[in-house]
Design a protein. Structure first.
Lengths: 437, 391
């Protein structure tokens, strides 16, 4: 980077700090509200520092070899003609396996692997530790989420693959008591769609993310602004959540969030409407993302995503639905969080899901709630010059909430290759026991 | 507050936009479809592709397709162990460190005695020419399937039909059937046809005589092809369209050429996939380029004044010497005073150190003057000493 460019970047950062300071100077009300969309820790705590977290222990069994690769498929790259994300086993979207086997080539369009192949296995999916600090006398909250991810990939394939991930680390300034306005700077959740709200295993209704989660639920580093306007007479509110980040909303395994590879930010945002009536809660939103793709170095290789989402809650029934459209231009050499690959091919995807859940509140000993849920996913995608594929997934599951600290979930995923991709045995049974603390 | 926010946003956006980074070159692939499309959009044959990857002037469109209706494969002259060969160019890549063989499926009705029965003439390709992972180098896989039962990779893999891996195959996908056209009497070995790609018709031109070297992870072996580069009148490098030299193996590997022991002539078993190397010809080097010859016009067009002048005039113009002259046109010699002293001296190919084979280039040219480019090409041989290659 040139000296003027470094100087310019410094000016950008200084601008944000000046903005934050100026906003604070104009309103010195003491205690901020905490009402951003997405997961945020509880605001009211007795001490400035609170430590929370959870442990997600899984047990899963995938069909076949745990991948979506057909044994006789020798195309290059192998991951372009199948959906490697389909056999997911946990809330992070890790597949049972991504091993293409000897002599077969992939090009970085794969999820993280749990490394269990087709064998039934216990997994320590995530050990999560959250720190939250609320500055006394200041409208500032600092939050960090560190996750330990123990993995093992076999002695012939790297052995221990345990990672420690700083999933979130940000400071949030709420400059006005009278307004639901929050500015966050750091590494934070996506602002696109609604599924990122369920990223964490202790919050997600089921066990696994949808087939489109890879495009919408990634964390990234940058700045975001949230604003909500309450319309009390209509029991309604409008909200706007916008961000500029390194990598947009793709998951980290597809686009690294921790550095900007192009030198230009990705903009994203969601405009939402919510109805909060006594008997019915409904939330609607539209989202968009635009900017250079952050898995390669060229600014001219743009990515765009558009989405729409819906949430309805009535009488214990919860309906979540989301649609997303993704367009990516061709770029230079590909770099993801798992390595470098020859090219960032032009790519297009359209997909969505609908999830219906029924939650029955109980008071039967430790059992507090029973939730039955089902989800239908569908995804159509293609790389330039490569066979277009259409896949879908039917998920059914049961969730038990015990006391206030334990969740037991089990689900079965029926993955189907409808068009283009070869048919493979990649259905999955997976379960998750989550202890929150 | 509003003004502060607006100013901060503008400053921030402008500053972030100014954070320039240097991008590495982008890998690019040009296929027959791309060149045909350029012609269809009005590009002249003198336009070039792959101009930014180290080969001066890039790859001229006219070296891949003749701009005719319909376009036909262009045939260029080259040297293989000193013999004149004709070759076509069907793809050009820039900034590819490697390319890969892809599977192509040949339906057969059965398998007997280790041999396929009733091969279909309609192969099923697995990757389209729009993909950067496309290559015309295919790993042939026979699939035992009922006639017309399969037209896509998915149908083959889902059908669990018996598969029998075969040899490599060179076949360039094309937007329509593109062959040698009028060149057919003097060049051969190119067969046009139509197969299937994801259930849709896929025209192609295949070169059955050209071998395919497939290495680990399906990576195609590359062999050097040498383009002569001179310093032109403006002091810049120029690569005139004079015959190139086809290599036999990796640089300095001393790989013997595929010579027919019966005729002592080269065979078509040279590589189909080539890495272009510039050979910077020393100032003493001259090209046999009688006035008005293709080589002379190419040198003139490139602004290069290195025509050998010793065999000009009556000797070169004598019709009885036409065959001898034609066999020499385009040859490069480092010792023109000896090699081009007379037509007789020039014709003594095996005593004159022409730069006409990889071995001679490696022995006569300093290593520093043999420069790897980031251009690779598909160039199957279609004629040897004027004799069409047989499929």
């Amino acid at each position: 980077m040139t000296v003027p460019a470094v100087r310019a970047c410094a000016v950008a950062i200084a601008s944000l700090l000046v903005f934050a300071a100026a906003a604070r100077a104009q309103d010195t009300e003491p205690e901020p509200i905490n009402d951003s969309e997405g997961y945020t820790p509880p605001p009211e705590t007795a001490t400035p520092l609170s430590i929370n977290g959870y442990v997600d222990v899984g047990f899963a069994k995938a069909q076949g070899d745990g991948t979506s690769f057909a044994p006789a498929d020798t195309r290059v790259p192998l991951d372009y003609g199948v959906d490697g994300f389909a056999p997911a086993v946990n809330a992070r979207g890790d597949a049972a396996s991504t091993d293409p086997g000897p002599g077969r080539t992939v090009n970085g369009f794969l999820p993280r692997s749990a490394g269990i192949g087709g064998r039934p296995s216990f997994l320590l999916n995530t050990m999560d530790v959250d720190f939250k600090y609320t500055a006394p006398g200041a409208p500032l909250m600092v939050f960090s989420r560190v996750q330990f991810l123990p993995r093992f990939f076999g002695l012939g394939d790297g052995g221990d693959g345990t990672r420690v991930v700083v999933e979130q680390a940000f400071g949030r300034l709420v400059p006005f008591d009278s307004q639901e306005l929050a500015l966050s700077v750091g590494k934070f959740d996506s602002v696109f769609g609604i599924e990122y709200l369920d990223n964490q295993a202790n919050i997600r209704t089921g066990v696994t993310p949808s087939l489109i989660a890879r495009y919408t639920t990634g964390q990234s580093i940058g700045a975001k602004l949230f604003y909500r306007l309450q319309i009390a007479p209509l029991s309604s509110a409008l909200s706007l959540n916008v961000a500029v980040t390194n990598s947009g909303n793709f998951v980290e395994v597809l686009q690294p969030p921790d550095a900007n590879l192009t030198g230009a930010p990705v903009a994203s945002g969601r405009l939402g409407y919510e109805l909060n009536a006594a008997a019915l809660q409904a939330k609607l939103g539209v989202s968009a993302m635009a900017g250079p793709r952050n898995d390669q170095p060229e600014r001219s290789a743009q990515q765009h995503a558009y989405g729409a989402d819906l949430r309805i809650a009535v009488a214990g029934l919860y309906l979540n639905a989301e649609y997303v459209r993704v367009d990516e231009g061709q770029g230079g050499p590909k770099t993801t969080s798992v390595g470098t690959f020859p090219f960032a091919s032009a790519f297009w995807a359209r997909g969505g899901y609908a999830q219906l859940a029924y939650a029955l509140a109980l008071d039967a000993g430790p059992l507090r709630k029973v939730t039955l849920y089902g989800r239908y996913d569908r995804r159509h995608a293609w790389f330039e010059g490569y066979t277009a594929i259409t896949v879908d997934r039917i998920t059914g599951g049961l969730r038990l909430d015990l006391w206030e600290a334990v969740i037991l979930k089990g689900e079965y995923l029926v993955n189907r290759e409808l068009v283009g991709a070869p048919t493979v045995e990649n259905n999955v049974f997976t379960s998750s026991l989550v202890y929150s603390w | 507050m509003r003004h502060v926010a607006r100013a901060a946003f503008v400053l921030g956006a402008a500053a972030l936009a100014a954070c320039e980074v240097q991008s590495p070159p982008r890998a690019q692939l040009w296929t027959l479809a791309d060149v045909a499309a350029l012609y269809a959009n009005g590009a002249p044959p003198t336009d070039a592709i792959a101009t930014d990857a180290g080969l001066p002037g890039g790859v001229a469109l006219s070296s891949m397709l003749n701009k005719s209706d319909p376009p036909t494969l262009a045939v260029q002259k080259g040297w293989a162990e000193g013999y004149a060969v004709g070759y076509t160019t069907t793809e050009a890549w820039t900034y590819f460190d490697e390319i890969w063989a892809q599977p192509v499926y040949i339906p057969v009705t059965g398998w007997a005695g280790g041999a396929p029965q009733n091969q279909s003439t309609e192969p099923i390709f697995s990757v389209g020419a729009d993909s950067l992972f496309y290559s015309p180098f295919w790993r042939m896989i026979y699939v035992e399937a009922p006639k017309d039962a399969v037209k896509s990779t998915r149908e083959i893999l889902d059908g669990n039909y018996p598969l029998h891996p075969g040899r490599g195959w060179v076949a360039a996908l094309s937007p329509f059937e593109i062959g040698l056209g009028d060149m057919q009497p003097t060049a051969g070995g190119a067969i046009t046809g139509s197969g299937w790609l994801d259930g849709s018709p896929a025209p192609f031109v295949k070169f059955p005589a050209t071998p395919v070297g497939i290495g680990d992870d399906e990576v195609i072996d590359e062999v050097p092809i040498f383009h002569f580069v001179f310093v032109n009148d403006e002091g810049k490098w120029a690569a005139p369209a004079i015959p190139s030299v086809l290599g036999t193996g990796p640089l300095y590997s001393q790989t013997p050429g595929p010579i027919d022991s019966a005729t002592d002539l080269p065979t078509p078993k040279y590589s189909g996939y080539w890495r272009v190397y510039n050979v910077i010809v020393p100032a003493s080097g001259r090209v046999f380029a009688p006035a008005g010859s293709d080589a002379d016009m190419a040198l003139t067009a490139a602004g290069v004044n290195v025509q050998a002048t010793t065999i000009q005039g009556p000797e070169a113009a004598d019709p009885t010497n036409a065959a001898k002259v034609a066999a020499l046109v385009g040859r490069v010699a480092l010792d023109p005073a000896t090699c081009f002293a007379s037509l007789a001296a020039a014709a003594a190919r095996f005593t004159c150190p022409y730069l006409e084979s990889q071995a001679k280039i490696e022995s006569l040219i300093d290593k520093s003057a043999i420069v790897r480019t980031d251009v690779t090409v598909t160039c199957p041989i279609v004629s040897i000493e004027g004799i069409p290659v047989q499929p």
